[in-house]
Design a protein around this ligand. Structure first.
Ligand SMILES: [Cu+2]
Length: 113
């Protein structure tokens, strides 16, 4: 190998490793809804199908979330204490942010579209 080949190999190595890491994470979460491995916040859109402001719970029919390897589905989330749930109601179209919590994902931001 000459220097040029080495440099190309290095660049490819650096470019490919994050992609492989993502693919691996995706495969892991395919074994169920266990998303504990997923880091960082993800954003998505959906429609509120149920909301309980007192218990800080919300049920969303969300769009597919490739970061979590989730198809479109309706599911419940807990809502972080700092999120203002006032003004949100059933059938509202929303954009929201999820972060990994102790149990699954938690809504850390939500706003009407
Ligand atoms: Cu889901």
């Amino acid at each position: 190998m000459n220097l040029k080949t080495l440099m190309i190999a290095a660049v490819f190595g650096l470019t490919l490793s994050p992609v492989l890491a993502v693919a691996e994470t995706g495969m892991k979460s395919m074994s169920g809804m266990d998303t504990k491995e997923s880091t960082g916040p993800v954003q998505s859109r959906g429609v509120i199908t149920a909301i309980n402001t007192e218990k800080r719970k919300i049920t969303l029919n969300h769009e597919p979330i490739p970061e979590l390897n989730w198809p479109r589905m309706t599911m419940g989330f807990s809502v972080a204490p700092e999120v203002d749930m006032n003004g949100l109601k059933k059938d509202d179209s929303v954009t929201f942010t999820l972060r990994p919590a102790e149990k699954g994902q938690q809504v850390t931001a939500i706003s009407k579209q």
